[in-house]
Design a protein around this ligand. Structure first.
Ligand code: ADP
Length: 409
């Protein structure tokens, strides 16, 4: 419901011609009766003063006043109260000025002597409605502007945080790479020295001392592996690993990796099975690097799988990709750990993890390798229900699509 229909409408008439002013008053009385309150002034300065002092719903404005004329009259009233709807009153002879006022923001114009009470009432009602809609729209636009500015500010803030995080990661990577690089030589020296000691151990060396020597030898191997992993991951993260992709049959890769892990599996009485389709499953891959990813998964299945359990190496072809899987029937991985196991250095707090040496780098390396191949890696697991890791790679659909690429040996 508009203001016109709810409370008496307050109208300010700025009109210097007493006859015209009277006519307007009579028309308003006829059209709206008690539904409106009209106040009239005869010059612009008085009008501006009343507008500053009081509130009105609409202004009826004659453009030719003793102290102002033409479009300027409208501009000054509008500048004083830009929120108020203004209807310009004009004679036939200066209708063009009235049109100019409408173009400058007046809600409407009425030709003096050519308006009836009903038209006057409607003109005011529409003017008020239009102004209200205009105000609503302006408010909405302002809100949108604020929201957009806020979104831009947040995006800039986010980008700054991401850039800072990236820089921190880069510095961390660089630090890890430098330290690992520097560790390589002393670790190799320890390994070589203990090798010489073990090879030349006199028969008189006591059993406890011999055990210490073998511990050093094992620890040197472990350190060498860790340093290798750190360097490999640093290279992968810095984009310094260059793949040499060839078309390879994932079944062969699966068989080879299963063979490598089989001897190790025996130490925990585990059986290794290979489950592959009859037809070749081709992928474009650097088979050495992909084997490394697969071996990491198999080594985990061996370490964390149960004694006497079964490790399965799977090869599958789906509609869009080809897949390698490693499944075990071990303790499984809790859901909250699944979200982190591909993070660097993350190891879940489990009995199996405590029992096994590890650095938390096997899965991050596998993931980086797979992603370098344009593939993805994920885990499907539940506590007590075993674990399956999957690697999906884009399929080399036909050898024609990879023409020119070398075939795997
Ligand atoms: P690491 O084996 O050196 O700890 P990884 O990055 O290879 O590092 O694995 C991260 C963690 O994921 C492991 O510490 C282990 O808790 C969990 N995990 C990986 N594979 C398995 C699996 N097959 N079964 C149960 N837990 C696993």
């Amino acid at each position: 419901m508009s203001a016109l229909e709810t409370s008496p409408l307050k109208i300010l008439l700025i009109e210097d011609n007493p006859g015209d002013a009277r006519l307007i008053r009579e028309m308003l009385l006829e059209a709206s009766g008690a539904a409106c309150v009209l106040e009239s002034v005869a010059c612009l300065s008085a009008g501006l003063q009343r507008l500053a002092e009081d509130t009105f719903d609409v202004v009826l404005l004659d453009l030719s006043l003793p102290d102002a004329a033409g479009l300027r009259t409208f501009e000054r009233v509008n500048a004083c109260r830009p929120d108020l709807p203004i209807i310009v009153l004009t004679g036939l002879d200066d209708e063009s000025v009235a049109v100019g006022a409408v173009q400058a923001g007046a809600q409407d114009y009425l030709l003096k002597g050519h308006v009836d009470p009903h038209e006057l009432r409607l003109a005011m009602r529409y003017a008020i409605e239009r102004k209200r809609l205009e105000a609503d729209r302006n408010q909405m636009l302002a809100r949108e502007r604020i929201a957009r500015a806020e979104a831009e500010r947040l995006a800039a803030e986010r980008a700054a945080v991401v850039a800072a995080q990236r820089e921190l990661e880069r510095q961390k990577d660089e630090f890890v790479a430098n330290v690992s690089h520097d560790l390589r030589t002393p670790v190799a020296a320890i390994k070589a020295s203990i090798g010489v000691i073990l090879a030349n151990e006199p028969p008189a060396v006591s059993e406890p001392l011999h055990r210490l020597f073998t511990n050093i030898d094992r620890a040197a191997d472990e350190m060498a592996r860790l340093v290798d992993d750190l360097l490999e991951l640093a290279r992968l993260r810095a984009g310094r690993v260059q793949l040499r992709p060839v078309v390879c049959d994932l079944r062969e890769l699966a068989e080879r990796s299963a063979h490598v892990i089989a001897t190790l599996a025996e130490t925990r009485a585990q059986t290794v099975e290979v489950d592959v389709p009859d037809e070749p499953v081709h992928a474009l891959a650097d088979s050495e690097r992909l084997s490394r990813a697969l071996t990491n998964l198999l080594s985990n299945a061996h370490k964390y799988g149960r004694v006497g359990g079964t490790i399965r190496v799977l090869v599958r072809r789906s509609a869009d990709d080809v897949r390698l899987g490693v499944a075990d029937d071990g303790p499984g991985i809790a859901e909250h750990d699944q979200a982190h196991i591909f993070d660097r250095f993350y190891r879940s707090e489990t009995e199996a993890t405590r029992r096994n040496l590890g650095s938390g780098l096997g899965l991050p390396i596998a993931r980086a390798m797979v992603e370098l191949h344009g593939g993805r890696i994920w885990v499907e697991s539940a506590l007590g229900r075993g674990t399956t890791f999957w690697i999906a790679l884009p399929a080399a659909r036909s050898l024609a699509t990879v023409a020119g690429k070398e075939r795997a040996p």
